[in-house]
Design a binder for this molecule. Structure first.
Ligand SMILES: [Zn+2]
Ligand SMILES: [Zn+2]
Length: 235
């Protein structure tokens, strides 16, 4: 199960940038690394004494990579460890990191769309990246992760849930879903409105869905009223 460092959309700074993690002893798996994330990781002492750091990046918007450079620098210079970055578009992430002064020897990059990792502390986990519909300007990914005998779908930023993912939720193949959800509902929205989420997921499956990346136009009550869950911020 993922813990959340933040649950906000890009402009909902009160909730912090949406980012999640799994930690076991001195291994940390981090999902996205927006502008507010490095600060929160320090506040929560999550980087202290780390020996293995893995970072999954869903896409290169600032609320998902804004402090990635700082986290890599901290890992390289202070922890003396090279973090492993997972992102399917090699040139894009390398170009971004080079442009902010993070050189290739400071991190390991894994750009496969299907990844299997065996970590001494986290155990075996797998990541299957899936392209999602978000914006026209950059690629965006969700992923399915298997960890501790459970399967999670994490949408990243996405304005839809693919039919194949919905089928895997209904068949029980996916145990839990973390979904970008917003209050605003309009044509051409880059995020998934609660209204559209209701049309995609039938009531009997809604208890598997955890809403995240929330904007200022939605409340936890509205989400729960429809039968969904809301992610809680780790303290
Ligand atoms: Zn985005
Ligand atoms: Zn975002």
């Amino acid at each position: 199960m993922f813990n959340f460092i933040g649950s906000g959309s890009a402009f909902n700074t009160k909730n912090g940038n949406t980012s999640a993690f799994v930690k076991s002893d001195n291994s940390l798996l981090l999902i996205d690394c927006g502008g507010t994330v490095f600060h929160r990781l320090q506040e929560l002492s999550l980087l202290e004494g780390l020996e293995n750091l893995y970072i999954i990046i869903t896409h290169t918007h600032p609320d998902h990579v804004g402090s990635l450079g700082e986290v890599i620098f901290y890992s390289y210079y202070i922890l003396k460890r090279r973090p492993t970055i997972f992102f399917p578009k090699k040139e894009l992430i390398e170009g971004f990191l080079t442009s902010i002064g993070v050189s290739a020897e400071m991190y390991k990059l894994n750009s496969f769309e299907r990844i299997e990792v065996n970590d001494t502390k986290l155990g075996e986990f797998s990541i299957e990246f899936l392209p999602v519909s978000h914006v026209d300007t950059i690629p965006a990914y969700g992923f399915i992760m298997r960890l501790n005998e459970k399967s999670f779908y994490y949408s990243g930023d996405a304005n839809n849930i693919s039919v194949s993912v919905v089928n895997r939720i209904m068949s029980g193949e996916i145990d839990r879903v973390y979904q970008d959800t917003c209050g605003l509902d309009y044509q051409g929205n880059n995020h998934l409105s609660l209204k559209k989420l209701c049309s995609i997921v039938q009531p009997e499956f809604r208890n598997k869905i955890y809403c995240m990346h929330l904007d200022k136009h939605i409340t936890n009550e509205e989400i729960r009223d429809k039968g969904f869950n809301v992610v809680e911020i780790y303290k």
